[in-house]
Ligand binder design. Structure first.
Ligand SMILES: NC(=O)c1ccc[n+]([C@@H]2O[C@H](COP(=O)([O-])OP(=O)(O)OC[C@H]3O[C@@H](n4cnc5c(N)ncnc54)[C@H](OP(=O)(O)O)[C@@H]3O)[C@@H](O)[C@H]2O)c1
Length: 322
């Protein structure tokens, strides 16, 4: 919304108005998209493009797309790499198989919900549909608690379990870069599925954590721990240690996704230092001790006692080996 307003575009938002957030320049339509009668409020309008961030029942996307089909040139659906059959292979690209799903379904599992939404949009918009398969969205307003967890953990200081190897390539997308790509796509001829995230190795685990240390000004020491030691301790990659997937893990494709289509259609990704600094500044405005979290997401992060136990064992074993 903000990015579109910054371009001088006229924007209409449609939601239930529960979050007490609105943009002063938006024309607001209030309604619940799960109630088809509420969608009638859209029937009098005309738009160049729609951006849909829905992640529930596919039938909600189906009903919106039907109402908007004759009123909108292009429909951009914020989808996810979760639509691909699990596990994601290294080099995951847009031709990889997707999960079976129905556009008429109620909410079931996340991959089926997202894929059902994609099918619903393509049924109405054909080659005027854009399926932005985002992955690991970071930046301001992140409500999953991945980068916020690392910021708050390192801000606490002391010896920090840093999951190795330090040069582990990472791949993600800053929400503002995703927004810019979506707005460009709204006025271009790009069509169909596009994996929208940074190139593999846009940053590394070391670059990311060092950026966090620098921006928080913390008295923290990163202790790099061998990945096998971490997994042997029963620590879950991705959730307990957000963003981290060890080499050779069945989900390693999440950090080696092919993004050639996104870059060929204009994607630009800002440096990790900027994403980290701006997210820290935003957290400071939200009372930094409170982890922003969505009720639909399991909590992310590592229990401090578990972290200290692994660190103590690791430091003991490395000192013994010297
Ligand atoms: N986080 C990641 O790493 C990641 C990765 C890949 C893809 N994605 C995708 O990125 C998207 C995230 O979007 P987001 O966080 O902006 O979405 P969100 O916070 O879940 O919701 C965005 C909007 O939907 C409105 N809304 C919710 N229920 C509604 C209803 N029944 N009727 C009308 N409006 C409704 C909300 O306003 P009200 O509550 O006021 O109605 C809000 O304005 C999702 O589609 C997700 O699948 C995320």
């Amino acid at each position: 919304m903000t990015a579109a307003a910054d371009r001088g575009w006229q924007v209409t938002t449609f939601n239930r108005d529960l979050a007490s957030w609105s943009h002063p320049q938006a024309q607001r339509i209030i309604g619940d998209r799960l109630r088809p009668t509420d969608l009638a409020a859209l029937a009098g309008g005309r738009w160049d493009a729609v951006v849909d961030t829905w992640s529930g029942a596919p039938r909600a996307v189906r009903d919106s797309a039907r109402v908007l089909a004759g009123r909108t040139d292009r429909y951009l659906y914020v989808s996810s790499r979760s639509v691909y059959v699990f596990p994601p292979p290294p080099g995951l690209n847009e031709t990889c198989p997707t999960v079976p799903a129905s556009p008429d379904a109620d909410a079931t599992e996340y991959p089926q919900d997202k894929r059902g939404g994609e099918i619903a949009v393509q049924a109405q918009f054909g080659d005027r549909a854009v399926l932005a398969r985002a992955g690991l969205i970071l930046g301001l307003h992140e409500d999953v608690g991945r980068l916020p967890w690392w910021l708050l953990r390192i801000h606490r200081g002391g010896q920090v379990l840093a999951p190795g190897p330090p040069e582990l390539p990472l791949q993600y997308i800053d929400a503002r870069d995703l927004a810019a790509w979506l707005l460009d796509a709204a006025t271009s001829t790009v069509t169909g599925p596009v994996n929208v995230l940074s190139r593999p190795g846009h940053t590394t685990m070391r670059q990311l954590l060092q950026a966090v240390v620098a921006v928080t000004g913390a008295d923290a020491e990163l202790v790099w721990v061998d990945p096998n030691t971490i997994t042997a301790a029963g620590i879950q990659p991705w959730t307990e240690l957000p963003l981290w997937i060890p080499p050779g893990h069945h989900s390693a494709g999440l950090h080696s996704t092919n993004v050639d289509r996104a870059y060929a259609t204009g994607l630009r990704c800002r440096p990790v230092e900027q994403t980290v600094a701006d997210t820290w500044a935003w957290l400071a405005t939200t009372n930094a001790q409170v982890m922003p979290a969505s009720p639909s997401q399991p909590p992310h992060g590592l229990d401090p006692a578990k972290e200290q136990a692994v660190l103590a064992a690791w430091l003991h074993s490395t000192q013994r080996d010297q």
